[in-house]
Structure formats: structure tokens, C-alpha cells
Design a binder for this molecule. Sequence first.
Ligand code: ACO
Length: 333
Amino acid sequence: MKSSTMQGARILATGSSVPDSYINNHKISEMVDTSDEWIVTRTGIKERRLLTGTNQSIIDLAVLAAIRALNKASMNPLKIDLIILATSSPNDLFGSASQLQAKIGAYKAVAFDLTAACSGFVLGIVTASQFIQNGTYQNILVVGADVLSKWTDWSDRSTCILFGDGAGAAIVQACSIKDNGILGFQLNTDGTQYNKLSIAYKEEMYPHPTLQLFQGSFKYITMNGKEVYKFAVSKVPSSILECLKLLNISTNDIDWLLLHQANERILNAVADKLSIHSSKLISNLSQYGNTSAASIPLALDEALAENKIKKDDIIVISGFGAGLTWGTVIIKW
Ligand code: ACO
């Protein structure tokens, strides 16, 4: 969708953070019946980072990623008007964004969580762009952070090979309409398929003795891998094509394809369907696995650090995952 703009919006700076601890495929092979060869062939993942130790949460990763982005922009945190924390693994179900606000000293910012699994960062950037383009705010911090290792069943070989922990941040800033860098977006949800990928709340078997009230807790990630794979490979290319059409941009004009880092085969299949050369694919999946809401900003931050992305480059960014949710945002750098 193209929005009516009062001012432009652009990504000013990015930052990222991953834990130091990692687990490679060989180590996982000692825990469950799998092998490095199986995991690399099916997913492209070689290792992933894990947030170990006590009292560590997504906030520790999110704070570091945010501070790195603020430092790159030489921005005082008091200039931030809004913080959007895209996460599906908060350390407080009432929301974790306020802790991030306090820890980075962004005391003037409104802060809220956004839950949309692996599409969270795309939805966060689109939400931020709307607040800026309609003239409400000037500076917005969008952070994608997840620690899915805490919700992974480490005895389930079909899921424990996939996920890792991390955080990535972007500062979105107002600019003149002619410099607008967030060109347009296309977003979708299919709630009928919610159970294909889920961290479900499970009630205890017996109710509270006096109230007859069933309480419970959240359990592990469950996933129908084949269905999620088919969904991603069919829906993501359509979303990208629809978004390109809205903006009158051809696939030949794309400089970089930055997809949620779920599986190397998904990345290649989407690029193939769009006839985009693999050299335009941004991928860091082998080192980090699927870091959910963090995967896109983490990969973007690394691509920028490697000087891959140049001024005026067109970057097509797509997220997809639980919900099911998927969507595209197109950026001119
Ligand atoms: N090691 C060895 N064998 C395994 C493993 C493993 N780690 N996991 C599954 N297998 C076995 C299965 O048991 C099955 O054995 P069987 O034929 O004897 O029954 C066989 O391998 C094939 O299993 P499939 O599930 O059909 O394997 P598939 O080729 O589909 O690959 C995978 C599995 C990698 C999970 C793939 O389906 C995939 O990547 N799907 C997308 C997942 C994804 O991206 N999820 C994240 C979405 S983002 C978000 O919102 C969090």
C-alpha cells in the first residue's frame, strides 16, 4: 500500500547484538538424532547464538542493539519519540518495550511491544513509517529481538536445529518528501493457519480447587515444517510482486533481496521465483539460524557494515512466519 505523506521517512542508522555463546550442528547432533550434513543440506544453518546464563533476557540484547544504532546516528536517546519492540519472547507479558525505554534513557518516548513473530520487524518499520509520514513523530526506534532458545524443546530435532537468539535495531527518521526512503508495503495475515507455527498457552489438567478456574503456562514451539515451508515459498513472492507493482518498480530494479532468515532453501526458492540472481540475496543464516524478529535488522546491519548497500539502492524486505503473517516493505537507501 502507498500512503499519503506529509513528510518522508528513512532509516538513519542500524545496530545489532547477539549473545557470545553459540551451539553448532555437531553439538546438537550429540543431543538429538541429527547430523551437520542433514541440517546444512535442509536449512543452510551451521550454528546459532544462545542467550545463556541467569537473569538474561531479550532486553539485554535489545538495549545493546539500540545503543549501537543511536551511537551510529550520534543521537541523544531523548530525541526518540516512539519505541516499537517487535518480539514474541518478551520477559514480561504486559510488554517489555518500557524496560528498553528506561534502560537506554529514552524517557520522552512512548514504547510498546508488537507481536508478529518473524514478520515483526517488517510490521514495526511499516508502523513507524506511518507515524512519521503522517507527521506525528520525527524519530522512532524499531527493535526486533527474540530469544526463541527459551521456548525451544531441545529434545525435538525438527525445531531445535532452526532457532537462535539476537536483536537488531533501526532508527527511522523524518525527512523531506523527496528523500523518502520507505517507499511502500504490502502486508497479510491468515489466522486460519495459526496452528502451523505456535507457542501455545496450555491449561493445567486440574482447576483451582475453589474457583474452578483453569490456569496454565506457555509451552514449547510447535511447527509443521513442511506446511510453513510451502506457505513461505508460495506467499512471499506474490507479496513482493504485488508491492513492486503498486510502486511501479520492476524486479530488474532490485539491488538487494532481504528475506526473513528462516531457511537457505526458502531464500533461494523465493529469489528463483522472482528471477533475482543469488548474488543479490542478503544471507547470514549459516551463523545465526532463524532469530525471528531479529533476523532482518541483524542481516541489514551486517550488510551495511560490509558496505554492500549503497545510496539509492532498492532493498526489498520480506518477513513471514507465525500467525500466519507475511509482508513486504520496499526501501530506497
Ligand atoms: N535431523 C534428521 N532428520 C530429521 C530432522 C533432523 N533435525 N528433522 C526431521 N527429520 C526427519 C523427519 O523425522 C522425517 O523423517 P521420516 O521421513 O522418517 O518421517 C524426515 O527428516 C523429513 O522430515 P521433513 O519435516 O519432511 O523435512 P523437511 O525436508 O520438510 O525439512 C525443515 C524440515 C528444515 C524444518 C523444513 O520443513 C523447513 O525449513 N520448513 C520451514 C520452517 C521455518 O522456516 N520455520 C520458521 C518460520 S519463521 C517464524 O515465524 C518463527
